[in-house]
Design a protein around this ligand. Structure first.
Ligand SMILES: [Zn+2]
Length: 145
């Protein structure tokens, strides 16, 4: 048969008709090729989720100079998810994704994954919801890499 049979710790296996069923790797051989196998065949992992920028949010709260009190409510018009105090829901209903000193605060709805963007103006708050679009972002990622 083939030379591969001479490699210690490596054994190809065949069914009764001689069709390959794959191979068994011993620990030494596996340790040698493991990284290569993962590098070649592993499905790319989704990027780990960034931690919530709670410091940014707290900084905004500490320097709050809008005409109204700090607003803690978030609502998702797309799926009806809502919270009166997003930071202290148990379990959480919304995840903070961005906050800046300009008053832009965005969240991800943990129910439907939509993006909720709250814009704080001097005397009013506006909110927009952007539906989650997984296919588009995956395709874009594929093209980029
Ligand atoms: Zn939602």
């Amino acid at each position: 048969m083939s030379q591969t049979h001479d490699i210690p710790g490596f054994q190809e296996i065949f069914d009764a008709q001689g069709q390959s069923l794959g191979a068994i790797l011993g620990p030494e051989v596996w340790a040698e090729v493991r990284e290569d196998i993962f590098a070649r065949f592993a499905v790319p992992q989704a990027e780990p989720e960034k931690p919530e920028p709670l410091d940014d949010w707290h900084f905004l709260v500490q320097h709050w100079d809008f005409k109204y009190p700090v607003d803690l409510d978030v609502a998702c018009p797309l799926c009806g998810n809502e919270s009166a105090d997003w930071e202290h829901d148990e379990p959480r209903k919304f995840r903070l994704t961005a906050a800046n000193m300009g008053g832009l605060v965005s969240f991800r709805c943990l129910s439907c994954q939509a993006r909720i963007i709250k814009r704080h103006f001097f005397d009013e708050v506006t909110a927009d919801a952007v539906p989650y679009a997984p296919e588009k972002s995956l395709r874009n990622k594929g093209r980029a890499s």
